[in-house]
Ligand binder design. Structure first.
Ligand SMILES: [Zn+2]
Length: 284
């Protein structure tokens, strides 16, 4: 029997990573969400595809009132926002909005969720989410993977949540906001990506666990070095370009034939090849 859309996009598993932190996994292990409990409240980081069954699942994990935040405004992270009354996000979400609400972006009617007009609360660098005995700090991120990324730093539990700006296996660096108005300058994106990665590296003393939203966790801090170097090796023309993506899910995307994987050691990004070649080997 074929699985239903609900089974594909809305089958969650969860386990405790520490006494007050749940890792929630879906899409057959390729996507993660996080639930952080304090003494008074809990914080849900990301909301999945908008299947409509996430809030009920989260309520099986915590009985505390849940604050909701998006690492960024893409369909696999923010389409379920309408299950909740309010969501914290970057103001860059306005640029990435068509990726969630554009036609065909998700296979669910997001207007059918309980709060289609949920409140969007734009937060910036330094905003603190207080959960009671546990504080999560918001770090604003330069546009790289997308226009709307935030990092969430939990100094007490020594965790840094980095959304899709750093992933296990590869980082997606092609324009995916589906918004013709959103700016995408390949050189600027690469330099922003390097700067964001350097920032994670600079914060290394504040966390033990670097937690991305795809393909597994945690990531070693030394893995960041290869990504920082990758950008330099793109500009000096020594990074390796692979035309075969070796990623069956991304290969289903109509954008895939235009993409390549550019690699340095074990770090790699997916990027539009034509744009990559405008900066590859040009120096910085
Ligand atoms: Zn994602």
């Amino acid at each position: 029997m074929e699985p239903t859309l609900e089974q594909i996009f809305g089958s969650y598993t969860a386990w405790k990573a520490d006494d007050a932190t749940w890792f929630i996994n879906f899409m057959n292990g390729t996507e993660n969400m996080y639930l952080l409990e304090g003494e008074e409240k809990a914080l849900l980081i990301d909301t999945g595809y908008g299947v409509g069954n996430l809030k009920a699942f989260v309520e099986t994990l915590t009985d505390k009132p849940v604050i909701v935040a998006n690492t960024h405004f893409h369909p696999d992270h923010a389409a379920g926002n309408g299950e909740f009354e309010a969501v914290y996000m970057s103001k860059g979400a306005m640029l990435d909005e068509p990726s969630v609400y554009g036609e065909g972006a998700v296979p669910f009617d997001l207007n059918a969720l309980p709060h289609p007009d949920y409140e969007k609360i734009f937060v910036e660098e330094g905003f603190r989410i207080e959960l009671g005995g546990r504080t999560v700090e918001v770090l604003d991120v330069k546009p790289a993977h997308c226009n709307s990324s935030l990092f969430f730093l939990d100094r007490g539990h020594r965790m840094l949540f980095c959304g899709d700006e750093m992933e296990a296996a590869q980082v997606l660096m092609y324009d995916n906001s589906n918004n013709p108005e959103a700016p995408y300058d390949v050189k600027e994106r690469l330099l922003n990506f390097q700067s964001n990665t350097q920032r994670m590296k600079n914060l290394a003393g504040e966390y033990d666990y670097l937690l991305p939203n795809h393909n597994g966790y945690p990531l070693a801090k030394s893995y960041l070095d290869e990504y920082i170097e990758l950008v330099d090796h793109i500009f000096d023309g020594t990074a390796k370009i692979e035309d075969k993506l070796n990623h069956p899910f991304i290969e289903m995307d109509p954008k895939a034939p235009d993409l390549c994987r550019v690699r340095w050691k074990h770090s790699s990004i997916f990027i539009k090849k034509e744009l990559l070649m405008t900066v590859y080997g040009t120096g910085n």
